[in-house]
Design a protein around this ligand. Sequence first.
Ligand code: HBI
Ligand code: FE
Length: 284
Amino acid sequence: MGATSYGASERPPRGDYSRDGKVAADYTCPQNYAAYTPADHDTYRRLYERQTALLPGLACDEFIAALPSLGAKNRIPRFEEINDKLTPATGWEVVAVPGLIPEVPFFTLLANRKFPVTDWIRKPEEFEYIVEPDVFHDLFGHVPLLFNPVFADHMQAYGAGGLKAHRLGACEQLSRLYWYTIEFGLIKQTDGLRAYGAGILSSSGELVHAVKSPEPKRIALDLLRTMRTRYKIDSYQQTYFVINSFQQLFDMTAPDFTPLYAQLRSLAELPADAVLAEDVLVVR
Ligand code: HBI
Ligand code: FE
């Protein structure tokens, strides 16, 4: 492959990676707060307002409980304002990056409890959909659950696991686990299915689709099954994987994955809409 991979695609990412020499070796940079226009702050306000109206009955309880810790609703928050609360809570720190960054720097930041947040925001005409993560996706989608101690520990373990996967040449498999949990995961609550994945929680259309639509398959999370399953980056998921709790996700992913990567080498990859006889289907 050769080309640095940025998330799920090889094309050079959007964003200014030079920043007049202010991008550090670990890809972090100062949040360019002065660069935000009134339209940028208004885009954030409108996205935040629309998304929070959708959350009841669709977002998991832990997310709804933690969201107010994100702070400002009617403007893009300053990252240090969030860190004033986040770091004492779970030791995590939001750090600004110019956009998608290569896998090893990404995993290294997570392993050190630093969550990379793209600091630019989509243009008003991209209000409905944007392919690459912007500040709204990263802050609104990912940061609230970093206030949850069990999820925060899982994210740090994921980063450490990512560095090991890189050494073993298993990043593609592990990125599927990331995709189907941290980005597009569902959780079963006593009062029904809810979303915890950032890609779902930050999308108006997919939040309803993932939790309520009869179309997609919903399968109990199984590490081998999930890491075999390819995903799409520019359409709603055809399959969602479901956990019973964050503790279950943490416990399932705590052991060393080396034996799993060995098993995966003899198991065929699966299309995003595959259904296997052994799948434990979850009903809405
Ligand atoms: N970079 N900034 C940023 N944010 C991500 O979510 C991200 C990334 N680089 C790589 C990546 N995600 C995925 O490929 C992970 O599976 C590694
Ligand atoms: Fe994301």
